[in-house]
Design a protein around this ligand. Structure first.
Ligand SMILES: Nc1ncnc2c1ncn2[C@@H]1O[C@H](COP(=O)(O)OP(=O)(O)OP(=O)(O)O)[C@@H](O)[C@H]1O
Ligand SMILES: [Mg+2]
Length: 360
């Protein structure tokens, strides 16, 4: 069993605290993804687990061992970096087995592990090439191969695909998912690409400014975000937010006048209803809009539509210039661009209060 447990972990550089007390449990065999905007502390947190950064407070457990004060080599982890850091003068085979030779693993065992990794990563026919003779994706596979042969308990990945072009990223993303299925090992993966996070993760940890905003499965975060930050971060294109004001509250039934709204939006908020006059934000996902359908109406002026073939992304503005994106299936014809009525089901909208907390 290889769980990873962070207990009130903190990190400061000088007087500046960048990780503010993180508690997190990652289960055995789980694929856990850290996401968040640049500078939120994803790499720092991963490097703390790897033992490449000291921590200022808290404990890190891997399996049943407190590794807080252990050296990286004694933690049973292996890390794959964004820059592959291969040795250019060594062949693929030599690169993959280098760490095992240093660790004095017997030769036939090394050969067996290298052959296994090469087969898993489809590198068999490249073993005698040098890194300079490989594509970016092949180099990244060599870096992963070097990690696999060490048979770590936990794999750590820091944006391993961000140097690859779009097509290769998709390909390698699927490779990494297969690898996880095959190896049955705990993986912690950092990315700021939320598509990678959605498709790879069993569990996503959304970070902002050194704190956890929410932890959950991809669809849980998508369907049931705790706050406006997570709602806006998970999902592509992002959720739309329209400023609004509460006009009436009757039991759990709450009416909101919102920017661009033709009529008021009425929703059921049974857990934490706001008060009349409160400022709120109304959140609507692009795919929950239709044109001239049923439900609550939003009046906008359409600007550019990105036509993807199967769907189109209509970029539009309210009369107060709030940007709205609507995902429209099928072809849009006969559109009076200055007078578009977007419609949505109130049950699919989200309400956030002024602090960004979700009202349910
Ligand atoms: N060696 C250092 N000295 C001082 N501050 C640092 C150091 N390393 C990182 N930081 C700060 O710690 C914070 C977290 O950085 P980190 O590299 O973990 O972010 P990140 O989430 O990985 O961002 P990115 O997506 O850009 O890689 C940032 O504010 C950064 O400026
Ligand atoms: Mg980083």
């Amino acid at each position: 069993m290889v769980e990873v447990n962070l207990k009130n972990v903190k990190k400061a550089y000088g007087n500046v605290e960048v990780i503010h007390g993180i508690d997190l449990e990652i289960k055995d065999n789980e694929f856990c993804v850290f996401v968040g905007p640049s500078g939120c502390g994803k790499s720092t947190l991963l490097r703390m687990i790897a033992g490449l950064e000291d921590i200022n407070a808290g404990e890190i457990w891997i399996g049943d061992k407190d590794v807080t004060d252990l050296e990286p080599v004694d933690r049973g982890i292996s890390m794959v970096f964004q820059t592959y850091a291969l040795y250019p003068h060594m062949t693929v085979r030599e690169n993959i087995k280098f760490g095992l030779e240093v660790a004095k693993v017997p030769k036939d065992e090394i050969d067996r592990r290298v052959a296994d990794a090469a087969k898993n990563l489809q590198l068999d026919s490249y073993l005698d090439r040098k890194p300079g003779q490989l594509s970016g994706g092949q180099r990244q596979r060599v870096a992963i191969g070097r990690s696999i042969v060490r048979k770590p308990d936990v794999f750590l990945f820091d944006e391993p695909l961000s140097n690859l072009d779009a097509e290769l990223r998709v390909h390698m993303r699927i490779e990494i998912a297969r690898l996880h299925n095959r190896l049955d090992s705990t993986m912690i993966y950092v990315t700021h690409d939320q598509v990678e996070a959605m498709t790879l993760a069993d569990k996503i940890v959304v970070l902002q400014a050194g704190r956890i905003e929410q932890v959950g499965s991809p669809l849980h975060l998508y369907d049931d975000p705790d706050n406006q930050f997570v709602a806006g971060f998970i999902g592509s294109p992002s959720m739309n937010f329209l400023p609004g004001k509460v006009t009436s509250v009757s039991g759990s039934s709450v009416s909101v006048a919102f920017e661009g709204g033709v009529d008021e939006l009425t929703v059921e908020l049974s857990q934490n209803p706001p008060a009349v006059g409160d400022t709120v934000a109304v959140g609507i996902r692009p795919e929950h809009f239709t044109i001239n359908g049923t439900g609550t109406k939003l009046s906008v002026r359409s600007d550019v539509t990105e036509q993807m073939g199967g769907v189109g992304y209509m970029h539009a503005y309210t009369d107060k210039e709030t940007h709205v994106v609507a995902e429209i299936r099928g072809r849009i014809t006969d559109l009076d661009k200055d007078n578009v009525v977007l419609t949505f089901d109130p049950k699919q909208s989200f309400i956030f209060n002024q602090t960004g907390a979700r009202l349910r």
